[in-house]
Design a binder for this molecule. Structure first.
Ligand SMILES: Cc1cc2nc3c(=O)[nH]c(=O)nc-3n(C[C@H](O)[C@H](O)[C@H](O)COP(=O)(O)O)c2cc1C
Length: 198
């Protein structure tokens, strides 16, 4: 691993059969690799069969001792090691998928004092309703959400061969990645200097 780079985890949030999520996730990861400031890992939630029944103890109280199923260990390790996240989400009934909520709720410290950016897609609103809900949830976990997101309305008409048709899209991605990189550096150094009071 290159220590001069920020460790970025791109989370593919949908697990539906025939989903578009991995296409969007791959493109975003490619933009992040081209940016050059990140070590990029794609985490696909479909690989983990994440349960919705949580243990009695809260993840905040239990911290690193939170009892997770063994099969979640690689997911937890990836989130633990990340300096920054991009959550790739569709919009389901004006919110984000239950798979993504489950992945978020099984963790706590893994999100704290780290920056999170959003890439969304869906119908006319481009997944913006999902992102508004995610911003609210991530704030509760002491994460820092990035203002500039990427939203892809009517993605089924506006993507071809694994990439968006909009020629401006890579430029928007660069802006998002620049902001994410700035926050990743600032928050990593802050976490290393003093424990986050929360
Ligand atoms: C249960 C469900 C609810 C949906 N609700 C919305 C919605 O509220 N707004 C929207 O723009 N698209 C909605 N869609 C369309 C999805 O955005 C679209 O199917 C997208 O491909 C889903 O992402 P995925 O392919 O990664 O699962 C919905 C799809 C599903 C399966």
């Amino acid at each position: 691993m290159d220590n001069t780079k920020h460790r970025l985890v791109v989370v593919v949030g949908s697990v539906r059969e025939g989903r578009f999520g991995p296409v969007a996730g791959s493109w975003v990861a490619e933009q992040a690799r081209q940016h050059g400031g990140f070590d990029v890992e794609v985490v696909d939630l479909a690989d983990f069969d994440i349960p919705t029944e949580l243990p009695a103890v809260s993840p905040k109280a239990a911290g690193h001792d939170y009892p997770r199923p063994e099969r979640l260990a690689p997911l937890t390790a990836a989130l633990d090691g990340a300096d920054a996240f991009i959550l790739v989400t569709p919009e389901y009934n004006h919110s984000y998928p239950a798979s993504l909520k489950a992945a978020i709720d099984w963790h706590y410290t893994q999100w704290t004092a780290k920056p999170v950016a959003f890439v969304s897609y869906g119908g006319a609103a481009g997944g913006r309703h999902a992102v508004l809900h995610l911003e609210n949830v991530l704030t509760e976990l002491h994460a820092v959400t990035i203002r500039d997101g990427l939203a892809f309305p009517l993605y089924y008409a506006n993507w071809k061969d694994g990439r968006p048709l909009d020629p401006e899209a890579p430029g928007y991605a660069k802006t998002l990645l620049e902001q994410l990189s700035w926050w990743a550096g600032a928050l990593r150094s802050a976490r290393e200097t003093a424990p986050y009071p929360g």
